[in-house]
Design a protein around this ligand. Structure first.
Ligand code: CIR
Length: 280
């Protein structure tokens, strides 16, 4: 694997403001539409948390034509060594990549595209120190995993194709890497044996949705509505930042989905500032 810094060491992130159309975001089960102001508030607090963790955050403008476009994680995979533009598994989201790719080309010297016709969502990809795990799901198929794997190989990353439990939207709906050797996971995903060689911390029963957490530098972002998970991580010595996710949770999202994060070796050690990225 290309570098030796922890895989959760980041200094840069890209996010996209939610559009008003986010209230029509995709969902597997309808628990009612999210409230736009509520999503906007959750997103703003999330951006603040990324900045507080030391990341320079570029904020892209909302895209009304794409209700789920706030979930930029699904569109690309980004590393210091380069970016990979993905092909989302849900046809309604595929047009989002054309809006993001030019932004990536301005920031990364190397930007690869998946070949062929397969599909893969960023929510199905977990980067660990040894491998990039690609979870097959309703959004990521074998052809997509193969095409993505070829791109990863070009960037110098090893990968493994694994399986997401059925009925779970994305692989990372059910897990997050919280330490170089430890994954926060639901019991159902850990039981499937995909984390061979890694330790697991299991989300308490009833708090499975807390597994979509996010380790960034010294902190772990966790949904504020999961007190037992927060307590467990706190007891284990993690610095937890609780964030509201009740509105984005109505459209099947958690804390990894709203950003692309990487370590930009060209950034100096300036304090992070929020930048409005140029409108396309
Ligand atoms: C979707 O179904 O695509 C969105 N409503 C939720 C995407 C969540 N993305 C993620 O977990 N990476």
């Amino acid at each position: 694997m290309p570098n030796s810094r922890p895989v959760y060491r980041f200094n840069a992130a890209l996010v996209r403001e939610p559009s008003r159309s986010v209230v029509r975001g995709l969902r597997a089960v309808d628990h009612g539409d999210p409230d736009y102001d509520g999503v906007a508030a959750e997103h703003a607090a999330y951006v603040d948390a990324l900045e507080a963790a030391g990341l320079a955050v570029s904020v892209l403008p909302p895209l009304e034509a794409f209700p789920d476009s706030v979930f930029v994680e699904d569109l690309a995979l980004v590393f210091s060594a380069g970016a990979i533009v993905l092909r989302p598994g849900n046809a309604a989201r595929r047009g989002e990549t054309a809006q993001l790719a030019p932004v990536l080309r301005r920031r990364f010297e190397t930007v690869l595209d998946m070949s062929g016709t397969g599909y893969a969502d960023g929510g199905d990809i977990l980067v660990t120190p040894d491998h990039v795990l690609i979870g097959l799901s309703a959004r990521t198929n074998a052809a997509g995993a193969g095409a993505l794997g070829a791109c990863l190989t070009k960037l110098g990353y090893r990968y493994k194709v694994v399986t997401t439990p059925s009925g779970v939207l994305h692989f990372k709906t059910d897990c997050a890497l919280i330490e170089e050797n430890c994954v926060l996971s639901t019991a159902r995903l850990a039981a499937s044996g995909v984390f061979d060689g890694l330790e697991t911390l299991i989300t308490p029963e009833g708090e499975e949705a807390a597994a979509n957490a996010l380790r960034i530098n010294d902190v772990v972002l966790v949904g504020a509505q999961f007190p037992r998970t927060i307590e467990m991580l706190d007891q284990a010595g993690y610095e937890v930042v609780p964030l509201a996710t009740g509105e984005i949770g109505k459209i099947d999202a958690g804390l990894s989905c709203m950003s692309l994060r990487w370590f930009d070796e060209t950034l100096d050690n300036q304090p992070p500032t929020r930048k409005k990225a140029p409108v396309l």
